[in-house]
Design a protein around this ligand. Structure first.
Ligand SMILES: [Zn+2]
Length: 138
């Protein structure tokens, strides 16, 4: 099913890749505290041109699924199901990236736009990372 918010998320990641010349990564947090990483899929991926959504954890790597260019969601075949629904978290971020990144960064100490340690003061993310995602008026 095509999802306008997910299509926008896909577009943000693709544009960030073009602007930065690297493969950018978003790190988001679900209400349950699961860290989720979102990045442009590598060329050899199961779903090329997609955006991959995985658990951002050192152990027990879990891939949730992929966002396709048209905004449709493809659950990873190997996902054990679980109870984690990452889609509301992704949609929430797309609706208000700057505020979500600030709130999450204050909580986690990480920059939402790269996943590395932030500067521990507002806006709790790296402004230069946010620019890659089209938040240029910061
Ligand atoms: Zn950053």
């Amino acid at each position: 099913m095509v999802d306008v918010a997910l299509r926008k998320l896909h577009q943000m990641l693709r544009e960030a890749a073009n602007r930065s010349g690297k493969l950018p990564r978003l790190v988001l947090m679900t209400p349950e505290g699961t860290r989720v990483a979102v990045y442009v899929s590598s060329k050899g991926a199961t779903s090329p041109d997609s955006v991959t959504v995985v658990e951002h954890a050192a152990r027990e790597f879990q891939r949730f699924g992929f966002v396709l260019p048209d905004g449709s969601w493809e659950t990873d075949r190997k996902w054990n199901g679980g109870t984690i629904d990452v889609l509301p978290t992704l949609r929430l971020f797309v609706a208000d990236p700057t505020n979500v990144a600030t709130a999450q960064g204050a909580k986690t100490g990480l920059c939402t736009f790269c996943g590395l340690t932030n500067r521990q003061r507002p806006p709790f993310f790296h402004v230069e990372c946010a620019r890659y995602f089209g938040l240029g008026d910061l």
